[in-house]
Write a protein of this length. Structure first.
Length: 94
């Protein structure tokens, strides 16, 4: 794993990797997405729902997938799936 990542980022993405092994986007995965969104806002930029949705789609591109999957194969795809489900759920609440 790349040691240039900070500790909190590693913890969150490692959790996504562990969850990816089940393939199921459950309530815990959605909480993890919320944690990811808060992390991005705190450490990098305001991560609105719209931006988060775009990121979720971008994580499937080779550029992002290759970087995210250093945590384990399938991590990027699972993060994308979980993020998009999280956004879908929020939209359905409105």
């Amino acid at each position: 794993m790349n040691n240039n990542f900070d500790k909190e980022l590693c913890e969150i993405v490692n959790e996504f990797y562990k969850k990816s092994k089940t393939g199921v986007v459950d309530a815990d995965a959605l909480k993890l997405v919320s944690r990811w969104q808060k992390y991005l806002t705190k450490e990098h930029y305001e991560c609105t729902d719209e931006l988060l949705e775009c990121l979720g789609r971008m994580y499937l591109s080779d550029e992002f997938k290759n970087k995210i999957d250093v945590f384990g194969d399938g991590t990027a795809e699972y993060m994308s799936k979980a993020i998009l489900k999280y956004i879908e759920n929020k939209k359905n609440l409105c």
